[in-house]
Design a binder for this molecule. Structure first.
Ligand code: HEC
Length: 167
C-alpha cells in the first residue's frame, strides 16, 4: 500500500468511526445539550413514521450503506481504486436508487429528508468519478480530493441522522 492509500484509509476509518460514534451515542442515550437525545423527553429528531416492512427495509438499506463505505475504504487501502469506484456507484451512487427502492420509500419521507438522501447519492456518484480520476492520475492532490469526497458522503449520513428517526 502506498502512502496515498494509507491516507485514504486513515481518513475513511475516521469517517466510519464518527458514524459508529453517532450510533453509540444514540444507544447509550447520552445527555448533553447539543447531542441528539433518545427517548420521549429530549429527542429533537423528527419521527418519520413508516409502515413496519418499510422500516425493516430502510434499516437494511442503511446497514448496506455502512457496509459499502467499509468495502470502499478497504479497496482504497488496497489500491483497488477501480473496484472502489464501481462498488460505490452501484451500491451508494445514483445507480443504486432502484436497488434501495428509493422511489417507493421517498413519498413517506419529508421533503428535506428526501433532499438529504438525494444529496448523499449524488455525493457518492461524484466520489466514484473522483476515485476513477485518482486511479488514472494518482497524486497526493488526487487522494486529497478522494478524502474530501468521502467526507461529503459521510456528512450527508450525519446530517440525516441528526434530524430524523423512524422509531
Ligand atoms: C435521508 C436520511 C438518511 C441518510 C442520508 C442516511 N441515513 Fe442512515 N439512518 C437514517 C434513519 C432515519 C435511521 C434510523 C434511525 C432510528 O430511528 O433509529 C438510520 C439508521 C442507520 C443505521 C442503523 C441501521 C440499523 O439496523 O439499526 C446505520 C448503520 C446507518 N443508518 C448508516 C448510514 C450511512 C453509513 C449513511 C451514509 C452513507 C446513512 N446511514 C445515510 C437515515 C439516513
Amino acid at each position: 500500500m502506498n502512502r496515498f492509500g494509507l491516507l485514504a484509509v486513515g481518513l475513511g476509518f475516521l469517517a466510519a468511526c464518527s458514524i459508529a460514534a453517532a450510533q453509540e451515542m444514540h444507544h447509550h442515550r447520552m445527555s448533553g445539550s447539543e447531542l441528539p437525545q433518545s427517548g420521549p423527553t429530549g429527542d429533537r429528531r423528527e419521527l418519520v413514521q413508516l409502515p413496519a416492512p418499510m422500516q425493516d427495509h430502510m434499516l437494511a438499506n442503511m446497514r448496506d450503506h455502512l457496509a459499502t463505505l467499509s468495502e470502499v475504504t478497504g479497496n482504497l487501502a488496497d489500491g483497488k481504486l477501480d473496484a472502489a469506484a464501481k462498488l460505490l456507484e452501484q451500491r451508494l451512487g445514483m445507480s443504486s436508487l432502484s436497488l434501495h427502492d428509493a422511489a417507493h420509500m421517498a413519498p413517506y419521507m419529508p421533503q428535506t429528508m428526501q433532499d438529504i438522501g438525494t444529496s448523499m447519492h449524488r455525493a457518492a456518484s461524484r466520489l466514484a468519478i473522483t476515485i476513477q480520476d485518482a486511479d488514472v492520475a494518482p497524486s497526493v492532490e488526487a487522494m486529497a480530493k478522494v478524502n474530501r469526497g468521502l467526507h461529503e458522503v459521510t456528512s450527508a449520513c450525519v446530517a440525516c441522522h441528526a434530524s430524523y428517526r423512524i422509531r
